[in-house]
Design a protein around this ligand. Structure first.
Ligand SMILES: Nc1ncnc2c1ncn2[C@@H]1O[C@H](COP(=O)(O)OP(=O)(O)OP(=O)(O)O)[C@@H](O)[C@H]1O
Length: 305
């Protein structure tokens, strides 16, 4: 059994008639980067707010290190809220020092931490500026500094990458990887699926308040169908039609994309392709996270219909 980190166990939440969460369950292990993805309104923000304790659940439990989360443990969470939450008229450096103090850091350590994180996140030159005078991207860097300044043991970040330029995305990614490497469980939501795929150890796909699929990208792929790309320049248009268990997805130039049903024989496809002439490429195509996400979401739309 892996060491328990942050566990979200069977959380349900309604807003009046709206069911926001229905037995939402997943865990983020120490040292793991967990990507929390889902359509708009799927329940990500609600889950994160409940983990942080700014919102209460109707049912279920949040645990950290195997114990129900308490007010004390919640002080150890670094949180980046979706609505952001900085004081616009307060200076960057003072604000970060103040937030660190609020989390119980002694004054000197709070100031040193504020200086260290503004340096690390590339906003040291703005320490004496009011937050409202910074660009949105720089405000977001400060917001991340605010989540980190008290050296949290858990990180919960709501769309930390939205609106960042590519350099800031790299800075943010490096910091999150660094925190995970220190043993912190890190969970963040994002609609940037290519980034999530690149960065995360595990991913959870949420839909209508439920965790529909979770695992590593490889595990999520294992549940999907197999696609083949076959480059056979002399093959006639319909060369693959009629092969058992094979659906033709499309053809671009000499390359045909095929989907194989469970148990279909890829070697029979190769023989059929070779029978038409030379085969320049015969490869399995792995679905991207975006494709996996679409199939998880559309499967359920079909089921609902
Ligand atoms: N304060 C509220 N009152 C009523 N309904 C709410 C409230 N907050 C959220 N909801 C509803 O709960 C559901 C989940 O919303 P939530 O904000 O958690 O989704 P999300 O996955 O974070 O979405 P997004 O990707 O758009 O930020 C939605 O149907 C939303 O309309």
């Amino acid at each position: 059994m892996p060491e328990p980190g942050l566990e979200i166990d069977g959380i349900s939440k309604r807003y009046g008639a709206v069911v926001a969460l229905e037995k939402m369950t997943f865990d983020v292990r120490p040292g793991e980067l967990f990507g929390f993805v889902g359509s708009n309104g799927a329940g990500k923000t609600t889950t994160m707010r409940i983990a942080l304790g700014v919102l209460s659940a109707d049912a279920g439990q949040v645990r950290y290190a195997g114990e129900p989360i308490t007010h004390e443990t919640r002080r150890q969470i670094g949180y980046m809220p979706e609505e952001r939450g900085l004081y616009p008229k307060m200076k960057v450096g003072e604000q970060l020092t103040y937030l660190a103090r609020l989390h119980g850091m002694p004054a000197a350590a709070a100031k040193a931490s504020s200086e260290r994180w503004t340096e690390r996140l590339g906003v040291a030159a703005r320490r004496d500026d009011e937050v409202q005078k910074l660009s949105l991207g720089n405000q977001q860097r400060v917001q991340l500094a605010a989540a980190l300044v008290h050296e949290p043991r858990i990180l919960v970040l709501d769309e930390p990458f939205s609106g960042l330029d590519p350099v800031a995305v790299d800075v943010m990614s490096d910091v999150l990887k660094e925190k995970a490497a220190e043993g912190v469980p890190v969970v963040f939501s994002s609609h940037q699926l290519d980034l999530v795929e690149r960065l995360c150890d595990r991913i959870g796909i949420v839909r209508s308040g439920r965790m529909e699929a979770s695992g590593t990208v490889a595990e999520l792929r294992a549940g999907g169908t197999t696609r083949l790309l076959v480059d056979a320049p002399e093959a006639p248009e319909n060369w693959a039609a009629g092969l058992s268990g094979v659906t033709v997805i499309g053809r671009r130039g000499a390359v045909t994309e095929l989907e194989l049903a469970d148990g279909a024989d890829d070697q029979a496809v190769l023989r059929a392709a070779l029978a038409t002439g030379p085969v320049r490429e015969f490869a399995r195509k792995l679905p991207s996270l975006t494709e996996l996400f679409r199939s998880v979401v559309s499967e359920h739309q079909e089921a609902a219909a």
